[in-house]
Design a binder for this molecule. Structure first.
Ligand SMILES: *Cc1c(COP(=O)(O)O)cnc(C)c1O
Length: 426
């Protein structure tokens, strides 16, 4: 439960679950001619009732004084705030039980703006590998140019191995941020968020708090809540499950009021907020978020079970199939609420067999991205991860025979029928 939850988020003193609030929370029909649904506030600027009100709004927006009892920042200009964004942010905060949220025009905008808000030249960032390709490029080619050192550790490394890496490279004094993507794409390898948070706390000093940021795009906001495991910030590409219909690009960052104030300030000056139409589309998506993600999660299990039994499949990489003896299983039990909707697998063979399979698919569409209502298939080694050097790909398990599936909301037997006929064509 968050300190900022509004009164309509309760019945009596009982907090309502997020899915019960996604159609109404944070919106007052009386302010919009009684409209049941939140309109699209397609406006760049807002009219002040008086000069005094305008002055008061700016004092709060620019942090010139502390807010008075029950005083909120009023609407000023759509780069700073807009009802479609504010209501969306209130709703998104409920899933991760975050104090504050900011929405962006893309997942990359959320990541880049957040990192520019928190980092300065000379800082060190530790990150799990593999990372989403855009984030990886941003770390190695943009942050490095601004004097930030970025150092990777393999997802699945033990806490002791990560400690040893930090000590051996002499990073401890300058470490400012630990960036985690879990499960890792496309191998579904987990990173232990609590262990990263413990490392960050241990290396923090009163002057330099080490922040843990988790890209939660793959399992959140339904199946993994990083803030509960000690993370400071949660990031999303809302293009994926949150948007869920492959028709919008957007991003999210959530965390404490204090950290988010820095992120929001940087958003104001980078102008990376999303527009009102995007905000409205995402609010519509949130109404079915639990329905979609639950269906995708159930379908993924059917698909993963089918693939695991197929003679042309060498190995299935799926969180629901982790063996009890696998060290990853303990992390999964602690950190994840369900295995989600992403299934990767290695075909018997190499690129030729993988391509034959992909070209034969009928219901699955051959496309990158994920989390939409339709099922998608792609070949990481030659598509999403083609700019990772071959030796690195090998080390991270991104082999030529690996295919990644994003499972949608179709009938699971139709999905398996499509996989069966495509495998038969190999
Ligand atoms: C897609 C994705 C991103 C980037 O998001 P955009 O909305 O495409 O900018 C970042 N992280 C992960 C894990 C992603 O899948």
């Amino acid at each position: 439960m968050t300190a900022t939850r509004k009164p309509e988020g309760y019945i009596g003193d009982k907090p309502l679950r997020p899915e019960s609030l996604m159609s109404s929370y944070g919106y007052q029909p009386a302010l919009s001619e009684g409209a049941l649904k939140c309109p699209i506030f397609q406006t760049s600027t807002f009219v002040f009732k008086s000069a005094e009100e305008g002055k008061a709004f700016f004092e709060l927006a620019y942090g010139l004084r502390a807010p008075r009892e029950a005083e909120n920042i009023g609407l000023i200009y759509s780069r700073l705030n807009n009802p479609d964004l504010e209501i969306l942010e209130d709703r998104l905060s409920l899933w991760d039980e975050a104090e504050a949220c900011a929405v962006f025009e893309s997942g990359m905008a959320a990541i880049a703006t957040t990192l520019f808000a928190l980092l300065a030249p000379g800082d060190v960032v530790l990150f799990s590998e593999p990372l989403y390709g855009g984030t990886d490029y941003f770390f190695k080619h943009v942050l490095e140019r601004w004097g930030v050192r970025t150092v990777g550790f393999p997802a699945g490394a033990s806490p002791a191995e990560i400690d040893a890496l930090v000590a051996a490279r002499g990073l401890a004094e300058r470490l400012r941020l630990v960036f985690v993507e879990t499960p890792a794409n496309p191998t579904n390898t987990l990173v232990d968020i609590a262990a990263c948070a413990a490392l960050a706390r241990r290396l923090s000093t009163p002057e330099r708090r080490v922040v843990v940021a988790v890209d939660n795009t793959f399992l959140g906001p339904l199946w993994q809540h990083p803030l509960k495991h000690g993370a400071d910030l949660v990031l999303y590409s809302a293009t994926k499950y949150i948007g869920g219909h492959s028709d919008v690009i957007a991003g999210v960052c959530l965390g404490s009021r204090e950290l988010m104030a820095e992120v929001r300030t940087m958003r104001t000056f980078h102008g990376t907020m999303c527009g009102p139409c995007t905000g409205w589309l995402l609010m519509r998506s949130l109404e079915t978020l639990k329905l979609r993600m639950t269906c995708q999660m159930k379908n993924a299990r059917y698909v993963a079970d089918f693939l695991a039994d197929h003679p042309k499949v060498e190995k299935v990489l799926y969180l629901g199939h982790l063996a009890e003896t696998d060290p990853q299983h303990a992390v999964y039990r602690r950190q994840c609420l369900a295995p989600g909707g992403m299934v990767s697998f290695r075909l018997v063979g190499g690129e030729v067999e993988a391509f034959a399979f992909l070209n034969a698919l009928k219901l699955f569409k051959l496309a990158v991205s994920l989390g939409g209502t339709e099922s998608l298939a792609e070949h990481p080694a030659s598509m999403t991860h083609s700019d990772v050097p071959a030796a690195e790909r090998e080390r991270l398990g991104i082999s030529e025979n690996l295919v990644r599936l994003s499972i949608g909301v179709e009938h699971p037997e139709d999905l398996n029928a499509d996989l069966a006929q495509a495998l038969a064509a190999v």
